[in-house]
Design a protein around this ligand. Structure first.
Ligand code: TYD
Length: 222
């Protein structure tokens, strides 16, 4: 018995945390057991690495060293949380996963993509997501939302929020390229609209992909 592994990805302010909670509620309403988790983090060790990374402690050592920090956290998260839940036949919903390393660390530049992908293969192994939902919106809109969430400058932007607009534009392109390269696994969701509409689009995608696994009745035809 193997569960389902679903990841949510996107730039800053894309609304992932709202949508992942709504998706969890919908799946639970179908009687599924859902494990809601996130990266970096999702296990006690990985949460400690998260604090260090978001405080900018890896930045002086360059993007590859940061990719290694995210990978160390991911290795533990997979072992402690994700693989055991999948083995129990549960649905793992993960807020960010390996595509964030491809996109964020890749967008910082000066990184060899082949090396990044090799690192991903070693860390992730066979535990690749069954579905990745990529929440897509213009960088400017996402950054404005993230800024509003922080109370318009009252709270300090974290390690990656504080990168410049060009970085966030490269980031959006990087996620779009991942979706183009792996259309079987990825579904792009237009996140530049109301939360309700985004939630609906995500659910349509889930139904298309997993109707059988989730035992969802087909839509009635008039
Ligand atoms: P978080 O507060 O969870 O951001 P968000 O709400 O946007 O998901 O912080 C995670 C940050 O770490 C976010 O800016 C993306 C970045 N990140 C990477 O750069 N590489 C990675 O592999 C992962 C998982 C996250």
């Amino acid at each position: 018995m193997s569960g389902l592994f679903i990841t949510l990805e996107g730039g800053e302010g894309a609304g992932k945390s709202t949508q992942i909670r709504r998706l969890a509620a919908r799946l639970e309403a179908l009687g599924q057991t859902v494990v809601l988790t996130r990266e970096p983090g999702g296990s006690p060790y990985a949460e400690r690495v998260r604090e260090a990374i978001l405080a900018g402690q890896g930045k002086p050592y360059g993007p590859f060293a940061e990719a290694l920090m995210f990978s160390a956290a991911r290795l533990d998260h997979l072992k402690q949380t994700i693989r055991p839940a999948l083995a129990r036949g549960e649905i793992v919903l993960c807020d960010r996963f390996a595509d964030s390393t491809r996109a964020y660390q890749g967008a910082l530049g000066a990184l060899n993509q082949d090396e990044l992908l090799a690192l991903e293969r070693v860390v992730v192994g066979e535990t690749r997501p069954d579905l990745t939902l990529i929440l897509d919106l213009p960088a400017e809109t996402g950054l404005a939302r993230a800024d509003a969430r922080r109370g318009g400058g009252e709270l300090k932007a974290d390690r990656f929020e504080s990168e410049n607009l060009n970085f966030h534009k490269r980031l959006r392109k990087a996620f779009q390229s991942i979706a183009q390269a792996e259309p079987e696994r990825c579904c792009i969701i237009d996140a530049d609209r109301d939360a309700e509409e985004v939630e609906f689009a995500i659910w349509e995608c889930i139904k298309q992909k997993f109707a059988q696994d989730l035992n969802i009745a087909p839509e009635p035809v008039d």
